[in-house]
Design a protein around this ligand. Structure first.
Ligand SMILES: Nc1ncnc2c1ncn2[C@@H]1O[C@H](COP(=O)(O)OP(=O)(O)OP(=O)(O)O)[C@@H](O)[C@H]1O
Length: 267
């Protein structure tokens, strides 16, 4: 990753996807974010957040609608070109993965390799840079499978950076992380000039991290916009079926607490 790398604009129009006919998990979704934005996708379990992400990084082809990066339809370019543009950090981590940390980060360079050529000095330099950026240089020789959940997560983010993408898509990147590492990872992502799209379950973290927030409910986009507009008690209460209370809104740093509603208090 070059520290001077820039993000790309992402536009989603009329997006619909389901794994089989009669089952639609992503339903008529549309939004646009500018280059360098950080979009947090929120919503209850099973709302379709991961399914939407899969459409955004070209893991599945939409049944309708389109996803464009800087105005170019993601399905009009090759898979390799898409992989050079979009890096993905997923929740699932293979348990038995016989590679060193350096090898795993090097895998990020695969879409950038020419033909069957081996790694060159530039690839090695990019990997070293990504390792240093995530404070992983001291773990470079360690077997990936021996790392803690938080360390693995940092390695996967380093792999994404080594890819030199314009957009990074992350599925619950703060899972497995203690609060300090959660804040560190989100701060690191904030310092990049790339476009970031991430699902998050922690609404307070999302409020601090995101420039744009999307709320998904039952496969549909029910709210989209800047966090100060979208993250309201009424919107959150409706989406999650809880009672959301806002604190410190006047100080500019809204914080929410949540409780189960008393019967009849949520429509
Ligand atoms: N290939 C599939 N076939 C059938 N159902 C699926 C498939 N993929 C996902 N689902 C179902 O679709 C719904 C949405 O799944 P998805 O993983 O996108 O939700 P999510 O919002 O990411 O959930 P969570 O917050 O729990 O991770 C879930 O009920 C899930 O079980």
């Amino acid at each position: 990753m070059s520290c001077n790398a820039t993000g790309a604009a992402l536009t989603v129009e009329g997006l619909r996807w389901g794994p089989r006919s009669g089952l639609t998990l992503v339903n008529d979704i549309g939004f646009a974010i500018a280059a360098g934005s950080r979009l947090a996708i929120l919503g209850p379990n099973g709302a379709g957040k991961t399914s939407l992400l899969r459409c955004l990084y070209r893991a599945v082809q939409p049944n309708a609608g389109r996803v464009s990066v800087d105005g170019v339809d993601l399905w009009s370019i090759s898979a390799r070109e898409a992989a050079r543009t979009i890096a993905v950090v997923l929740q699932e981590m293979p348990g038995d993965f016989p590679f060193s940390v350096r090898d795993v980060v090097m895998m990020g360079r695969i879409p950038r390799r020419e033909g069957l050529s081996g790694w060159n000095d530039f690839d090695r330099e990019r990997v070293q840079h990504a390792l240093a950026h995530l404070d992983l240089a001291h773990l470079a020789g360690r077997q990936f499978s021996t790392l803690s959940g938080g360390e693995k997560q940092r390695v996967l983010i380093a792999r994404a950076l080594a890819q030199e993408p314009r957009i990074i898509i992350l599925d619950e990147p703060t899972n497995h992380l203690d609060i300090r590492h959660q804040l560190e990872i989100l701060e690191l992502l904030q310092t990049l000039k790339l476009t970031i799209v991430s699902t998050l379950h922690d609404i307070n973290l999302a409020a601090e991290f995101a420039t744009d927030v999307a709320i998904l409910t039952a496969g549909r986009l029910t709210a989209f916009g800047p966090p100060e507009e979208v993250l309201s008690p009424s919107e959150l209460s409706a989406a999650f079926g809880v009672t959301a209370t806002v604190h410190n809104a006047a100080a500019g740093g809204a914080r929410f607490s949540f409780s189960l509603p008393r019967q009849g208090s949520i429509s």
